[in-house]
Design a protein around this ligand. Structure first.
Ligand SMILES: CC(C)(COP(=O)(O)OP(=O)(O)OC[C@H]1O[C@@H](n2cnc3c(N)ncnc32)[C@H](O)[C@@H]1OP(=O)(O)O)[C@@H](O)C(=O)NCCC(=O)NCCS
Length: 169
């Protein structure tokens, strides 16, 4: 059983990255950036999710996502958002957060965010179809913007365990 740890990485530019990773096996992690929005609300922007090929289909990505979502809530983020390129990631989000907490969006010509009337299964099918046109299945070009609500009290997430020397707020 792999133990998942979370840590906060602070960069000189002032960026604040949160990461969930396997304690005993480097190379599989999920990370994102904590963002202070102009309205004073924090959000968490998805950066990357990767599980080593030989360790896949054991539920590791699901655990990384649920632990990092819990860590983001610990840091008072009420949502996380970002580009998702894998239908498998969307399936994981669907199982963990449910239909009512996930929205899909794009940008119009003026760079305004426009929410798309899509269900989770429509979004998953869309990325499954796009995968047929990808030359590299590991790092794909097609993606969909996803906004996950973390403020639903019904979410069932683990208690995040932080790396000892993480500088917690
Ligand atoms: C996508 C990725 C992170 C999934 O990691 P993982 O540890 O294998 O995922 P999990 O074991 O937690 O899978 C959870 C669910 O996702 C779906 N899933 C994951 N990999 C799948 C695959 N190869 N085929 C079909 N379904 C898959 C399934 O619904 C699975 O549940 P199940 O095993 O009960 O059927 C991993 O395949 C990866 O790193 N891929 C390359 C990089 C990438 O695409 N990153 C995501 C960018 S958005």
């Amino acid at each position: 059983m792999h133990e998942i740890l979370c840590r906060e990485l602070k960069y000189e530019e002032g960026n604040n990255e949160l990461q969930a990773y396997l304690k005993d096996s480097p190379g599989s992690d999920f990370s994102g950036e904590l963002v202070d929005n102009s309205d004073g609300i924090k959000s968490f922007t998805y950066l990357s999710l990767h599980v080593k090929p030989e360790m896949r289909r054991q539920g590791i990505a699901s655990k990384l996502v649920s632990n990092l979502a819990a860590a983001a809530i610990h840091y008072r983020a009420n949502s996380f958002e970002g580009s998702v390129s894998s239908e498998h990631t969307l399936k994981i989000f669907d199982k963990l957060f449910g239909e009512n907490n996930i929205e899909y969006y794009d940008y119009d010509n003026e760079n305004n965010r426009v929410y798309l009337p899509m269900t989770n299964s429509q979004a998953i099918s869309s990325l499954e179809r796009a995968a047929n046109f990808e030359s590299n299945q590991e790092w794909r070009d097609h993606n969909i913007e996803v906004d996950v609500n973390l403020s639903d009290p019904k979410l069932s997430l683990p208690t995040p365990v932080f790396e000892d020397h993480t500088n917690r707020k």
